[in-house]
Design a protein around this ligand. Sequence first.
Ligand SMILES: NC(=O)c1ccc[n+]([C@@H]2O[C@H](COP(=O)([O-])OP(=O)(O)OC[C@H]3O[C@@H](n4cnc5c(N)ncnc54)[C@H](O)[C@@H]3O)[C@@H](O)[C@H]2O)c1
Length: 261
Amino acid sequence: MRTIAITGSASGIGLATRNALEAEGARVIGIDLKDSDVKADLSTKAGREGALQDTLASCNGQLDGFVACAGISGIGNPGSLTVAINYFGAVELLEGLQPALAKGTDASAVAISSNSVTTMPNIPDVLIDALLNGDEAAAAEIADKHTGHAYAGSKLALARWVRRSATGENWIQAGITLNAVAPGRTSTPFDDAMMKNEQIRPHLEAYPIPKGRLGQADEIGKFIAYLLGPNARFFCGSLLYIDGGSDALMRADEWPATLRV
Ligand SMILES: NC(=O)c1ccc[n+]([C@@H]2O[C@H](COP(=O)([O-])OP(=O)(O)OC[C@H]3O[C@@H](n4cnc5c(N)ncnc54)[C@H](O)[C@@H]3O)[C@@H](O)[C@H]2O)c1
């Protein structure tokens, strides 16, 4: 039986992923603030360390998969909290669980990014650089100055961390595939809460989705389960959009782009 750990397993996309994996017969170790096997607050260093300790104890130091899904939208929260959960809460668990994944069978990891990485304009480089440098105190200070970009910045840095890491010795060279998924607007408590915000709702309503509807948590969860499964062993360092066409609509000619040498 495969054992797979998921952060953010209590709600939305994480819960849908849990359900899809359990339907396939996997054992899931859910990590969340509540309603989970491992209770942890991933916004703090101590919470992340506790999550790692309890997850490693629960899987006896051996995992076949991991999904870093926990996240907040950043609306109404300081930028520092958004990047603490969305970036450091993902990267520190990916790094801390890597040795257990290296002992698993055909192991894989998936980080949940967002299509906001390319559809939200003008994310400041200074924020991305600070996150990728891994200095949480410095990144927190910068994120608080750019609160409106903290969410998209956290998700862009996470996607770039995945692409930088996936091809290296700790991941594909250790037999572990690592990829990122970029959902578009998806119907979950996360989106419901943003729609209740009077200032944000008009922007969300104007946001173009060629498919004409929001994504459903189940269709994202089933895709993540596929990425963790036996038929997805050749994906490595991919950022996979699943967004009803928003990204393609907004920058059709900007990607793919030729390699400049
Ligand atoms: N719903 C969307 O429109 C959408 C779009 C793109 C990306 N995403 C991303 O998908 C992921 C899942 O989002 P969702 O829509 O399922 O949201 P959700 O709010 O339904 O679920 C998020 C889960 O993360 C957990 N979480 C939040 N803060 C935490 C903390 N400090 N420590 C531990 N757990 C914590 C919550 O308790 C919750 O169970 C997020 O990373 C989000 O950024 C969502």
